[in-house]
Design a protein around this ligand. Structure first.
Ligand code: FE2
Length: 424
């Protein structure tokens, strides 16, 4: 007797099958004739493992407009604005805003999030708040917290000590922002020290890295070198890498094999990259997103991240990883069927690999976490940013959304109901 059977859904690889769930785990993926406490008919719909966001800022989300908006739209004004805001925010306020975002995420089938938490604040109230949120959502969202010295590990006088304190308090991942240190040399030194900190503590690394239009920004080179030197293969992620867009092509031809050899992954954040970068350009204007397809061609794992929703850097966003992938596939010109399907894989399997999630995916023994989408396949899900009809987390149904049918009353035509924009 299963707790839940999901009947007749189409998996991302095209298989049509049933999924049996018992005690929070997937216990069967095959045609099932037995009973369950609850049976969900997913005939004709896509059944996917949950969406995963490997790059977000939960401490800042939903603060848009407080105390003012980012007039220039640049990264640097956003950092300055956040600096004003974090002085006046309370722990309760941060928890409430983050929990609202987690509600949105749950309803969109986004069940794992890696969030950077600003450690440049002597009170570390953001750290305290996000630890509380991690605890409150743990039964339905896997939240990884990155110790992130937003104002620079060395540039901010107490950032180093506070980052160490934050890790001692229980944050999961070591972050950094080398391009925001005072000099390239300080940036490189920060990468070295932070990677050593992670190696000593047995933690993963995820740095904001080369988030600029500067073609000479070279911190990814140092990050790959340190990952190699310290044996951190598969445990280091470089977020943004927007400078790679502008780098010399010869240099990139040397760089990409070094990143691959070091087992360093990358996360592009297309909504934010395309909005923030290139602000000093006239025309032609750079896209400001890293070289996604080119890294993948070298065997580098690349994911799509959301980064920001309604905060000092970005005034939009809905916790929908299909929106993120949709923008990414346009900016990276990933238009072939294989590339479009890969964009869906990036916001599910690839992002899960970057976060090192155990028990993720649709296989027997995995966590029973999945999402049923109002789409026939991954490409249609992207095209429609399809409704999440049902979201199951760790064996529990946590969200349902009605199918978006349109009732048509057209002159000269019989009244009809169509599944909105679906081809099947
Ligand atoms: Fe970020």
């Amino acid at each position: 007797m299963f707790d839940i059977i999901v009947k007749g859904g189409t998996l991302p690889d095209g298989r049509v099958t049933d999924i049996g769930i018992t005690d929070g785990r997937i216990t069967a993926i095959e045609p099932l004739e037995t009973n369950a406490r609850e049976t969900i008919d997913a005939t004709g719909d896509l059944v996917s493992p949950p969406f995963v966001d490997p790059h977000f800022h939960l401490d800042a989300t939903q603060s848009y407009g407080t105390p003012r908006i980012n007039a220039s739209g640049t990264l640097l004004e956003g950092i300055g604005l956040w600096g004003e805001l974090k002085q006046v925010m309370t722990i309760d306020d941060m928890i409430a805003r983050a929990l609202t975002y987690c509600d949105w995420a749950a309803s969109m089938g986004l069940l794992a999030i890696r969030s950077h938490v600003d450690t440049c604040d002597d009170t570390l109230k953001g750290v305290e708040a996000m630890l509380e949120v991690r605890e409150q959502v743990k039964d339905y969202i896997d939240l990884q917290l990155v110790a992130f010295p937003q104002d620079g590990l060395y540039r901010d006088p107490t950032a180093r000590a506070n980052t160490i304190r934050a890790l001692d308090m229980g944050l999961d991942v070591v972050g950094g922002i080398p391009h925001f240190e005072r000099t390239m040399a300080d940036g490189a030194a920060s990468v070295r020290e932070l990677c050593e900190m992670a190696a000593t503590r047995g933690l993963r690394v995820d740095m904001h890295c080369d988030e600029s239009d500067d073609p000479m920004s070279r911190h990814i080179e140092t990050l790959a070198y340190e990952a190699q030197r310290l044996g951190l293969h598969g445990r280091v992620n470089a977020s943004h890498l927007t400078s790679m867009h502008s780098m010399d092509n010869y240099y990139v031809s040397k760089l990409l094999p070094l990143i691959a050899e070091a087992g360093v992954s990358a996360v592009a954040n297309p909504l934010i990259n395309i909005m923030i970068q290139g602000r000093q350009d006239t025309f032609p204007k750079r896209r400001g997103m890293t070289r996604v397809k080119e890294m993948q061609a070298h065997g580098i794992t690349v994911g799509w991240g959301q980064d920001c929703v309604l905060d000092p850097w970005y005034s939009l966003g809905t916790a929908d990883m299909l929106d993120v992938a949709f923008m990414g596939m346009h900016v990276a010109q990933m238009s072939s069927p294989d590339e479009m399907a890969r964009c869906f894989d990036m916001v599910t399997q690839q992002n899960a690999a970057i976060m090192g999630l155990d028990d993720y995916g649709l296989h027997v023994g995995a966590n029973a976490s999945l999402v049923i989408l109002d789409a026939a396949d991954p490409i249609e899900a992207l095209r429609l940013r399809a409704a999440r009809l049902c979201v199951i987390s760790k064996g529990r149904i946590i969200s349902r959304t009605p199918r978006m049918d349109a009732s048509l009353s057209l002159p000269g035509r019989p009244e009809t109901t169509r599944r909105r924009h679906r081809t099947s």
